[in-house]
Write a protein that binds this ligand. Structure first.
Ligand code: 6GU
Length: 474
């Protein structure tokens, strides 16, 4: 549960602003908590004063250090908690910053009023200074509410609809296309004919084109990013089976391009999936491999490489081989038949079952933690197979988007349940417009055969998942 503490002179404003609708419901469900703290309760001044004149002169009043410091201290108890000061002098707020803040279990927001807050207390307690745009508000409360709203909808389980809704705001770096509801004709204006056609391919093409035109006209900065990604996807598609993980990470809007260099037919590329903290790397030569190894972000957990010399560059650094895999992909658009009928999306009630079995057969490695499974379930990325209401297996989508986590209890194997689970997950991915792909350990021929039977293709080259060696234990 993410805890938000808001230090403010107007706690009622925060309570009223955030207690209704989606955030209120999320708080009731125990997915987050909101704690609005009145800074005035902590002043030592007997008249309740929290502000004073500004040394050196100048208009207005300044919030004093003491009440702010004591309020902060009361909330954190001296623990190191990320503390965000809302100010027009801060870093401009973005979706990316929200994703970063959303990883914290606890956040303190400090809202200023008057001309601001005594610099000395800011130096002591503040870790981040954030602005919501180039304009001046009367206080930090509205800005804090904006930032909290954006973070809250990224917390798994807060949004009612499916996982991708959390990422769709700037999906693909394009703005949303225009949308229409009933009636078909309103005050002489008709809904564009293609949307009434029932032709889903044409509708998708129309929407994409509208998004492109809109973005090019209104947000040339975003459009340039979009074009760069499309060009890279085009390059990578020359070796689709080997590169599908990179193509999909780009296409689904998950990966940033940290480095790319096109030389003739060779492409050097370094992608970073910020949320999963996974890098994907490919390089035609030692030199660009070394250069990209230098560029791996500090908080990278895993790196994916498809060439032995890149594996060797990284194992000479702080990485160790987690496993060797084949990449499998499903390139057809048609959904697969699901024979076993009792398959449904899992909820937290099913967590103990999955934790008991996930990785138990060694297929996914011994070091699975419950936190990961919990997060996958909340992200609505796991499905279970049942027999007369009793669970017998599951499948899921990993954080970075690959299909995996397949398991069926020994006693129930050999009757097509695994195929059905896999097919069910493939269909959910197709619905989102994704190209399903997964990683099968090179030794796991059973899983490879199953996937090939369903119509998956295997990449020619194997590749390696490398794990960061943590400096202070594991
Ligand atoms: Cl975070 N605070 C105030 N007072 N004004 C702002 C702002 C924040 N961001 C933009 N304008």
């Amino acid at each position: 549960m993410t805890k938000f503490h808001i230090l403010t002179l107007f706690p009622e404003m925060i309570r009223q602003g955030l207690s209704s609708s989606i955030l209120g419901r999320a708080a009731q469900k125990g997915l987050l908590s909101l704690n609005a703290v009145d800074i005035r309760d902590y002043t030592l001044d007997k008249h309740g004063k929290v502000d004073d004149y500004i040394f050196g002169g100048g208009a207005g009043m300044l919030m004093q250090a003491q009440p702010v410091y004591d309020a902060h201290r009361a909330v954190t108890g001296g623990r190191a908690v990320r503390t965000i000061y809302m100010t027009p002098q801060g870093r401009p707020f973005t979706q990316r910053m929200a994703e970063d803040f959303a990883e914290e279990e606890e956040l303190v927001f400090l809202c200023g009023h008057y001309e601001g807050i005594d610099e000395r207390v800011l130096e002591r307690v503040v870790t981040d200074q954030v602005s919501i745009g180039d304009y001046v508000l009367t206080g930090g409360e509205l800005a804090a509410m904006v930032v909290i709203d954006v973070i809250a909808r990224l917390i798994p389980g807060v949004l009612g609809n499916d996982e991708s809704a959390g990422e769709e705001s700037f999906f693909n770096d394009l703005l949303e296309y225009p949308q229409y509801s009933r009636p078909e004709e309103w005050q002489g204006s008709r809904v564009p004919e293609v949307l009434l056609s029932g032709n889903h391919r044409q509708i998708a093409a129309w929407r994409l084109e509208q998004s492109r035109q809109r973005t090019a006209a209104r947000r040339p900065d975003l459009y340039a990013k979009y074009r760069q990604k499309q060009e890279l996807i085009g390059r990578l598609s020359g070796q689709k089976r080997n590169n599908i993980h990179m193509m999909e990470s780009l296409a689904r809007g998950r990966a940033d391009i940290l480095y790319t260099d096109f030389r003739g037919r060779d492409t050097a590329v370094l992608l970073y999936d910020r949320k999963a903290r996974i890098c994907m790397m490919d390089a035609p030569d030692q030199e660009s491999g070394e250069r990209m190894a230098e560029m791996l972000p500090e908080d990278t957990n895993m790196v994916l490489v498809s060439r032995p010399f890149l594996r060797d560059i990284l194992t000479k650094r702080q990485y160790t081989v987690f496993g060797e895999f084949f990449q499998m992909l499903y390139t057809r658009k048609e959904t697969l038949p699901v024979r076993h009928k009792e398959i449904r999306q899992l909820s937290l009630d099913d967590l103990p079952y999955v934790c008991k079995w996930y990785g138990a057969d060694g297929a996914d490695g011994p070091d699975v933690d419950d936190g990961y499974v919990r997060e996958r379930i909340l992200a609505k990325a796991m499905y279970g197979a049942f027999l007369d209401g009793r669970q017998v297996g599951f499948v899921g989508m990993h954080d970075e988007g690959s299909l995996g986590m397949l398991f069926v209890e020994e006693a129930y194997r050999g009757r097509g349940i695994a195929s059905s689970l896999e097919a069910f997950a493939v269909n959910r991915m197709l619905e989102r417009g994704w190209v399903p792909y997964g990683h099968v350990s090179v030794e796991n021929t059973a899983s490879r055969n199953l996937q090939e039977k369903l119509g998956f293709y295997k990449a020619e080259k194997s590749f390696w998942w490398l794990e960061k060696i943590l400096a202070n234990n594991a």
